[in-house]
Unconditional design. Sequence first.
Length: 112
Amino acid sequence: MATITELLLQLAAESATAAEARLRRLLYEGNALYHQGLEETRRELADQSRELSTGQLCLNSAEAGFPGAETREEALSLLALASWQHAPGAMAFDELAAHAARQGVCLLAETY
C-alpha cells in the first residue's frame, strides 16, 4: 500500500497533463490526503511530546513561526502544521494546487 506522500506525489505528477474535470478530482483527492497527512503528523507529535508541558509546546510553536497558541491542542496543531508543510507530500499537494489554480480549477464551486 502506498503512503500518503507517495499518493500525493503521484497526484501531482498526473496533474501536469490532466484535463479540467480530472484535475478537479485530483485536487479533491489531494486535499483529503493532505489533511490526512497533517492529522498523522499531529498524532505523532502528540505521542512524542507527552512529557512536554503545555507552556513548552506553546513556546515551541512560537519558535516555529506560529505564535499565539494558548492550549496544548492549539500548540500541537500549529507544530504539526509547521512540520507537515515542509514534508514532501505537503509540498507535492502545494504544487498540485498551484497548477490547478493556474488552470482556473479550485475546490470551491462557482455559481453566478
